[in-house]
Design a protein around this ligand. Structure first.
Ligand SMILES: [Zn+2]
Length: 165
C-alpha cells in the first residue's frame, strides 16, 4: 500500500484508543499489516531488487534510481501526513498528537523493511518475514486505475470506520 493509505488508516486505527498513546501506536502499527494483506497497487520503486527465489534476499540498492525513488517515497509520506492532518485534525478535530502517533505507527513497518535490508538482524528479520508473509501475493500493479481507486477508497472507508465506532 502507499504510505498515504497507511497513514490515513493508521490514524483511524489509533483513534480507537484516544487516551492510550501506546495502545494507539500499536493499533496503527498493526493496521499496516492488515491492509497490506489486501491485494493492492504499488508505484514502482526501481531501486528495490526483488529476489523472487528468496524474498528475504531482496534489497534496496543505491543505484541511479534511488534518488527518484526516495523523492517519490518522501512525497507519498508527506501526502499521507497532510491528508491525515486535513481529515482528522482540521475536519474531525482529533488532537495533533494522535495524528502523529497514527501516521508514524501506520507507516513505520515500511522503513523497518529498509532497516532489515541494510542490517539483517533480529528483530528485523522476523518482522520482515512476517511482513512478507502477510503481504498480499496478488497485486494490482498491472491495473493502475483500479489500483489507485482502491487506495483512494481506503480514505472514506477509514473515515466511516472512525465515525461509526
Ligand atoms: Zn507494508
Amino acid at each position: 500500500m502507499t504510505l498515504t493509505a497507511h497513514a490515513v488508516v493508521g490514524v483511524a486505527a489509533a483513534s480507537l484508543f484516544p487516551s492510550h498513546p501506546k495502545a494507539a501506536f500499536a493499533a496503527a502499527f498493526v493496521s499496516h499489516f492488515l491492509i497490506d494483506a489486501i491485494p493492492h497497487w504499488h508505484y514502482s520503486v526501481k531501486s528495490i531488487e526483488i529476489d523472487h527465489k528468496d524474498p528475504m534476499n531482496t534489497d534496496m540498492v543505491f543505484n541511479k534510481y534511488f534518488p527518484t525513488d526516495l523523492t517519490k517515497i518522501g512525497f507519498d509520506a508527506a501526502l499521507g501526513f497532510f491528508t491525515a492532518y486535513l481529515i482528522f485534525h482540521d475536519h474531525l478535530n482529533f488532537p495533533l498528537g494522535l495524528i502523529l502517533i497514527g501516521t508514524i505507527g501506520g507507516t513505520l513497518p515500511d522503513p523497518l523493511q529498509f532497516v532489515y535490508w541494510k542490517f539483517r538482524h533480529e528483530p528485523f528479520t522476523t518482522l520482515q518475514r512476517f511482513h512478507k508473509w502477510i503481504h498480499a501475493d496478488k497485486n494490482l500493479d498491472n491495473r493502475p486505475v483500479w489500483g489507485i481507486l482502491a487506495q483512494a477508497a481506503t480514505i472514506p472507508a477509514a473515515i466511516l470506520l472512525v465515525r461509526f465506532i
